[in-house]
Design a protein around this ligand. Structure first.
Ligand code: FE
Length: 158
């Protein structure tokens, strides 16, 4: 009797959890992969930043001081995210841009630190890129502070 009731409850719980997972997944990103799939295509550093919201050490990315003409793509799905024309030296040790490419990134509020910050991610694969702050240069006044490891730089063809 007890076993039967318990079983019934578990069944309903599992069905409800499945429903939640299913609807959340359908609404989220154009490109979705399991952790195992992401691990197989990304380096451990890329996986930790893009998929687990880690932050690379400042000044660790060669892209921090790169100002060559070209495009910065998502290291997870190759979507074009930033153009070299919008890159500037913020002095923070992370690649910084005042504006993303149209329809390339989306934001959420993150509460990982005490004060809320605006997290920036790739709109296509959901990969975590960095944060955006309101102390950037003209014309936008925004500073997209991006982990270099989440980007792939593609130099402009001559
Ligand atoms: Fe992406």
């Amino acid at each position: 009797m007890f076993t039967r009731r318990q079983f019934g409850f578990t069944g309903v719980g599992a069905a409800f959890a499945g429903l939640l997972t299913g609807s959340a997944r359908a609404a989220k990103f154009e490109i979705e992969k399991t952790d195992a799939e992401w691990r197989s295509q990304l380096s451990p550093e890329q996986f930790n930043v893009l998929r687990k919201h880690a932050t690379e050490r400042p000044r660790s990315s060669p892209l921090d001081k790169t100002y060559d003409p070209g495009t910065y793509q998502c290291a997870g799905c190759d979507l074009q995210l930033f153009a070299s024309e919008t890159k500037f030296d913020s002095g923070t040790g992370w690649p910084s841009f005042y504006q993303p490419v149209d329809d390339a990134v989306a934001t959420t509020t993150d509460y990982h630190l005490v004060l809320p910050r605006t997290e920036v991610h790739c709109r296509r694969c959901g990969g975590h890129l960095g944060h955006v702050f309101e102390d950037g240069p003209k014309p936008t006044g925004l500073r997209y502070c991006i982990n270099g490891v989440s980007l792939k730089f593609v130099p402009k063809a001559h």
